[in-house]
Write a protein that binds this ligand. Structure first.
Ligand SMILES: Cc1ncc(COP(=O)(O)O)c(C=O)c1O
Length: 396
């Protein structure tokens, strides 16, 4: 990495005409994604139905292995799905809530879609305990650990919190959970590709995340890791023929689960999404997440300093090692300021109750970080945001 960052810029067409600081939402599209999609259509056109046997059928496992290399998982332990909500629902479908161990513990800064999946199981007997943030940025680790007890079944937490970029101590949470017989589901969406992750070293039970953000992989390619030690005892109700030991024997009646990780699949996979996603993974693997993290830490620190110098409030953990790849900057009329930044081709987003979310990634130059903060200052000084006080459209 060079001192000013900005690696592999030529690989990302959108960088030629925007200041792209929104990889916590949608990572920039790698040029190579187009080639991957062409490979997919060529295969479909030339090989037709034979494409299944020539790679498509195994794609959720082969692509899963590439993710496995990035998250420290053993080969054959990661499968691909459409999104995190499906992966969480698939995990939940392995359990019931009839016995005393029916408690689910998670943080109130968890991603809402994840909460919706767990909350929807209350009518089956699940009890939910939410651990509250005191500052809207972090979750007190001692409170999280104390909430996990002998009645806890699952602890579905975010590694990096979407509203603040704060990193949670997954290893400590796993240790506590295992002491009392509970299982942890780590949502790695906001970390993988920018913060190093090692599911094996953590000994975490389940992990999931998607490719849209730091992996620059586009929508429709989410991963599900299940610790191999748990595999044989899990029988997902959210299932289908791809999870069968012999799908092409078309057995009628109940499923006979596969012995390998394909027991965590269901029906036909999103083949085009799995092709497209590999372009982003290739670049992340090429750079290595440790190197991405080194640049990210430096630029995140720079962003925080520049914001403070302008008297803006960065809503981020104090210690650099506790920060992921994004910084939330709270300024007056932040939503309208965001709209004006977008108009000026500085791509960021806004979250209610948080502020403007700004993220450097490996393709970001230091001067782009500086420019974002300078533009916010100029917008506020000139009142340019006032034109947007009633408009919509910063939700994504
Ligand atoms: C931490 C986290 N989890 C999950 C999601 C999205 O979930 P899904 O893949 O179900 O859309 C996001 C997206 O913004 C996220 O930040």
């Amino acid at each position: 990495m060079t001192d000013t960052g900005g690696q592999l810029r030529d690989e990302f067409p959108i960088l030629a005409h925007t200041t792209y600081l929104v990889s916590h939402s949608l990572g920039a599209m790698p040029r190579a994604a187009e080639g991957k999609l062409k490979e997919y259509t060529d295969m479909w056109a030339r090989r037709g139905v034979r494409a299944w046997a020539e790679g498509w059928w195994r794609l959720p496992l082969t692509v899963g292995d590439q993710i496995g290399r990035i998250i420290g998982a053993q080969p054959g332990t990661v499968v691909m799905h459409q999104n995190v909500s499906v992966c969480e629902a698939l995990i939940l479908s392995c359990f019931d809530f009839k016995g005393p161990r029916n408690k689910i513990v998670y943080e109130d800064l968890n991603f809402p879609s994840v909460m919706y999946v767990y909350e929807a199981h209350k009518d089956l007997g699940a009890r939910i305990q939410m651990v509250a943030s005191e500052d809207g940025i972090t979750i007190p680790l001692d409170k999280m650990l104390a909430a996990i007890d002998e009645e806890t079944l699952l602890v579905p937490i975010s590694h990096v919190i979407f509203k603040s970029g704060a990193i949670q101590d997954v290893a400590a949470i796993v240790k506590r959970a295992h002491e009392v017989g509970a299982l942890v589901v780590a949502d790695l969406y906001q970390s993988v590709g920018t913060v190093p992750v090692d599911v094996t070293a953590w000994d975490v039970d389940f992990a999931t995340g998607g490719s849209v953000k730091w992996l620059c992989g586009g929508p429709g390619a989410a991963y599900l890791y299940v610790a191999p030690r748990l595999r044989q005892q899990l029988h997902p109700r959210l299932t289908g023929w791809m999870a069968h030991a012999q799908p092409f024997s078309f057995e009628t009646g109940p499923i006979r689960y596969a012995d390998d990780a394909s027991r965590f699949l269901h029906g036909t996979p999103s083949v085009p999404a799995l092709y497209a996603a590999q372009a982003g993974y290739d670049l992340v693997e090429k750079l290595g997440v440790e190197a991405v993290r080194a640049q990210s830490r430096r630029q995140v620190g720079r962003l925080v300093e520049r914001a403070r110098a302008q008297d803006f409030t960065p809503r981020t953990p104090e210690k650099p090692e506790d920060r992921g790849g994004m910084v939330i900057v709270d300024v007056p009329r932040a939503e309208a300021v965001t709209r004006e930044l977008l108009r000026r081709e500085i791509l960021v987003d806004y979250r209610p109750g948080a502020g403007i979310r700004i993220s450097p990634h490996f393709y970001t130059r230091d001067e782009e970080v500086d420019r974002a903060i300078e533009e916010i200052r100029t917008i506020l000084d000139t009142g340019a945001e006032k034109a947007h006080m009633t408009a919509g459209g910063t939700g994504f």
